[in-house]
Design a binder for this molecule. Sequence first.
Ligand SMILES: Nc1nc2c(c(=O)[nH]1)N[C@H]1C(S)=C(S)[C@@H](COP(=O)(O)O)O[C@H]1N2
Ligand SMILES: [Mo]
Length: 314
Amino acid sequence: MMSIRLPKVPASEITPRDLYLNRRQIIGGMVAGAATLSGIGGAAAAQLATQKSPFSTSEPMSKKKDVTGYNNFYEFGTDKSDPAANAGSLTTQPWTVKVDGLVDRPGSYQLEDFIKPFALEERIYRMRCVEGWSMVIPWNGFQLSEVLKQAQPQSGAKFVAFETLVRPEEMPGQKGFLQALDWPYREGLRLDEAMHPLTILAVGIYGETLPNQNGAPLRLVVPWKYGFKGIKSIVRISLVDKQPATSWQMQNAGEYGFYSNVNPAVDHPRWSQATERRIGEGGVFAKRRDTLPFNGYGEQVAGLYSGMDLKANF
Ligand SMILES: Nc1nc2c(c(=O)[nH]1)N[C@H]1C(S)=C(S)[C@@H](COP(=O)(O)O)O[C@H]1N2
Ligand SMILES: [Mo]
């Protein structure tokens, strides 16, 4: 239970890069109708060839129907069933991702070109929503650190800011008078959090391209933080010198902080964060699980926060 064995060096450095890519081509070639790279951004799910990772948990995965049917994606409505019902309308091809701000190599990329340099890995992560539920999700993606290294952050870059698409024609939650959030959906990480090997950009789940409701075609995954840090359908990644504004903090700074590390010792002002309900486990009578500090990833990430008061920096 809860075991995660990490190598001393990131998985991507264990295997020589050329071998990695070569293997990927071989695997890609074996998958029936493989669309490995070209299929990303398309409407229909395409198979992804990905390497397993020692960063994955051995806990049982959640059911695909829960992962793709019980979602938060306020651009498509605030009910858990809204994203699955409404996100099909989102056009994810073509898709442009901009990398800008304090970097030596800024750029604006078509998604296919953006992801091409990176070998996909499967990362099975425990995910914990601030609302008190959790799932275990097999993501397919690559480390955000690889993207940042290519962009070459300047010495003044201290944070990474992310933005989701704004397209009210296709996002019903962005239309009308009563808006749940101020768009674009925004998130941010400190640069060292963004560079951590557990932090990934995902393009798939369960070995297939992301369904729209899960944040197609590109979303962030930070397993030791509450789910809302995992910004979906990203169009912009900016390196900045100051802590960026984030959507939930903008909406209610007393309830949602910048760090948002999973922490059973710091309650949300309106509910306890000590326990969680694992979606798919035995209905209303299922015993709630204890929530773990940093969502169980403390051994890997606690060092990022040494000396910090995590009650003040929630
Ligand atoms: N753009 C955008 N990203 C978002 C959200 C959102 O409303 N809009 N919701 C967040 C919240 S609260 C959670 S719990 C996760 C849910 O991801 P999942 O539906 O893929 O499990 O997405 C996060 N990313
Ligand atoms: Mo969430």
